[in-house]
Design a protein around this ligand. Sequence first.
Ligand code: PLP
Length: 381
Amino acid sequence: METCYFDYNATAPLRPEAKAAWLTAADDLWLNPSSPYRAAARVHAHLAEARAVVAGLFAVAAERVVFNSGATEANNAIFAHWAATLPADARIGVSPTEHPSVLAAAQHFFAGRVIWLALDGSGAVDVAALQALLSERQIAAISVMAANNETGVLNDWAAIATECRAQGVPYHCDASQWIGKLPLDRLQTCDFLTGAAHKFGGPKGVGLCLLPAGNSGFMSLHGGAQEFGHRAGTEDVASVLAMVAALREVERGSAQGRDAFLVELGHVLPAVEVIGFAAQRLWNTALLIMPEFASVRWIRALEKRGFLVSAGSACSTGKQGPSPVLAAMGVQADAMQRVLRVSSGWATSAADWLALAAAMADCRAELSSEADDSTSTIISI
Ligand code: PLP
C-alpha cells in the first residue's frame, strides 16, 4: 500500500535536490571548514556560497544569516538574547498562538513579564490592539509568527514589522511555516527571523536565523567563532547545502487541491467544520473539526488506508494538554478532541487530496460500525 502523506506542517519529505546536495557534500565536503589547509578552505567557500544564496533570496547582507540546528534553537536563543540585553523589568509581547518553542522560551526567560497579544476572531494577532500597546510604550520586544503551524492562519507580519520599526521595538518572526510556502519578499523587514529546513524539504536538524543588521551581541551557542561569532560549533556543511538546495526549489503553491478537497468533504461529510476558513491562511493546510469520533481514531483508520494526517495538537495523542492555539481561539474542549490537521506539500497531487476525502468517508463508515463514541457537538469558527 502506498503512503499518502498529509502532514507537511510537521515535516516535509526531503526534496530530491536536497538529498543529492547532501550526499555529494557528505562525501566531498566533510573537512572542518575552519581547518587551516587549502582543502578545508574549499569547504568554507561552499558554506560562504550557501550563505550568499540565502542572503540573496532574503535580500539581506550575508552577515545577517546564521545557520543553526533549526527553529527551536533559534527561537530560544532570541529570548535568551532579549533577557540578557533588555532592561530587567522589560515586558515582551507574544502571540498566544506561537509554537511551543516560543511560548516556553518566553515563559522561561520572561516569566510574569510576558504580555499575551490580543487575537482577532480568526486567530490572527489584532494589529490595531498591538499598535495601541506599542504606542503606550508597554513592550520592549515582540514575537509574532508568520503562519500558524496548526491552523495555517497568517499574521500581518509586514504591518507588525513596520510598526515595530517605527517605534524602535525589536520584532521576532518565527517564519518556519511560511518559508517554502509563500514568497520571501519583505521578510527581511523583521529584525529576527527564524526558520527550519525540514519544513520545506531540507534535512532535519538544520535551520536559519536572520539577525538585525549590525547586531553583534547575539550569541546562540558559546564557544568558537563560527557564524560570525553568533553560533559556535563546527558547521554541518552537508545539511546547510541541502537546506539551501531545497530553498532554491520552493515555489509559490496553490490552494486548488486543498479547496477541492474541502468541497468534496462538504459532500461526503457535511458536518465537518474548518477552523479559520474565512481567514487568510496557508494554501496547504486545513484544520478540521470532525463531527464525531476522537482524532486518534480517525488518524488510525486513515493510516490503515495509507493516509498520514495529524491531530491539530499533541493533545489527542496523549502527549500534552489541550492545544494553546485552539484554546486561544476559543475552540471548546470537546471539539479539540476531534481535530484533524491535514497539510500538503511539494509531492502532493490533486488526486491525493480527492483520495483523502474519499478515505475519510470510508473511515466514517468503519468508525460508525464499531462506535460507542457519540460526541456530536459541532462548533463554528
Ligand atoms: N516553529 C514553528 C512554527 C514550527 O512549526 C516548528 C516545527 O514544529 C518549530 C518552530 C520548531 O522547528 P524545529 O523542528 O526546527 O525545531
